[in-house]
Design a protein around this ligand. Structure first.
Ligand SMILES: [Ca+2]
Ligand SMILES: [Ca+2]
Length: 381
């Protein structure tokens, strides 16, 4: 019985050899490709040789499985596939690191189209008035160019320590680096500045926000993003917002998360409610207003604010909801516009954002609608 089996195997080889010689005549100009071949039972290199696969076409023989990584013509592959001692013949498939994820909001505001035309917000300075930015984050480090903390206590005096994660998340939406890991920001080569006006618990005061605005003016920022606010008005906070606007900065803020289900209350917070500040509402992937998004006549623009994936401290990533996530999309789009058209004034950039936004419905909920980076840039041409 054993002898018969061996005889059959030998016959098989001879038969196969015959096939190969036929195949070889046809395949002189045939191109080869990489394959993985697995034997059904012990590996026998002789079978490969019999098919005309010489040793220089064999790149690797595995130890734990009877598998070869080799180069075959399609005829050799077909022949081996039909051989009784061969279990699998597969083309060697391409593999890549899973790499970078593009958060849905980035193409949703047309940033991807703008990136593809070579505009990435290079040289535009964006102050992130927030809980700080983790400047050791792998997907932010190179873009964080400076900062300031309004706090003096040990736990909060470092603008590059973000004990909350909020500021690091906001910063990533504006300018996470385009590399092979993590996420990508709306303006991924803009300069990010960590202006820590909220402590590690995410709390601060109007005095701190005013100080952060002042720092931004004195340090030549182009854009201020404030994913923060309160329900109380302050004449002095308004003075600082107005001053930043008068000094040519574009001031962007979250509308607030105090909307009701019906979307019919007047709940936009401060500083977003001031005329000198752009109030940004939050929408989901279907362009529907997030039920939490504050509403009222002060709403000026809408941007992605539901399930927004971005950077959080410790080389991590997380999805957050909030108008805090919507505001940095607008700040990032403004950075792209300014990167392309540096001669524009802040008022002109603001008008462009409004003129080219996609109308989404009731202005009390959506303002002028969804910001569109490409449309805004093209509108100037
Ligand atoms: Ca990245
Ligand atoms: Ca406003």
């Amino acid at each position: 019985m054993k002898k018969l089996l061996i005889l059959l195997l030998v016959l098989g080889i001879v038969f196969s050899t015959g096939l190969v010689s036929v195949a070889a005549n046809h395949s002189t100009s045939e191109s080869s490709e990489e394959y993985l071949v697995m034997f059904d039972g012990p590996a026998e290199k002789g079978i490969l040789h019999a098919f005309g696969v010489n040793n220089e076409k064999i790149f690797h023989e595995f130890n734990l499985k009877p598998v070869f990584h080799l180069e075959l013509t399609s005829n050799q592959a077909r022949g081996l596939q039909n051989h009784p001692q061969i279990k699998y013949v597969e083309k060697n498939a391409e593999a890549q690191a899973f790499g970078q994820t593009v958060p849905w909001g980035v193409p949703h505001v047309q940033s991807t189209e703008v990136h593809n035309m070579g505009q990435t917000g290079t040289g535009v300075k964006v102050a992130i008035l927030d809980t700080g930015i983790d400047n050791t984050h792998e997907d932010l480090a190179a873009n964080v160019k400076g900062g300031h903390s309004v706090f003096t206590d040990t736990a909060n005096k470092d603008p590059f320590y973000d004990g909350s994660g909020h500021g690091t998340h906001v910063a990533g939406t504006v300018g996470a680096i385009n590399n092979d890991l993590g996420v990508i920001g709306v303006a991924y080569q803009s300069d990010l500045y960590a202006v820590k006006v909220l402590n590690n618990d995410g709390s601060g005061s109007y005095a701190g926000i005013a100080e952060g605005i002042e720092w931004s003016i004195l340090n030549g920022m182009d854009i201020i993003n404030m994913s923060l606010g309160g329900s109380q008005s302050s004449s002095i906070l308004k003075e600082f917002c107005d001053l930043a606007n008068d000094e040519g900065l574009l001031v962007v803020a979250a509308a607030g998360n105090s909307g009701n289900r019906g979307g019919n209350n007047d709940s936009v917070g401060y500083p977003a409610k001031y005329d000198s500040v752009i109030a940004v509402a939050a929408i989901d992937q279907n362009n529907n207003r997030a039920s939490f998004s504050s509403t009222g006549p002060a709403v000026e623009l809408s941007a992605p604010g539901v399930s927004v994936l971005s950077t959080v401290p410790g080389n991590s990533y997380a999805s957050y909801n909030g108008t805090s996530m919507a505001s940095p999309h607008v700040a990032g789009v403004a950075a792209l516009i300014w990167g392309e058209h540096s001669h524009l004034t802040n008022q002109e950039v603001r008008q462009l954002l409004k003129d080219t936004a996609v109308d989404l419905g009731r202005s009390n909920q959506y303002g002028n609608g969804l910001v569109q980076a490409k449309a805004a840039i093209d509108f100037v041409r």
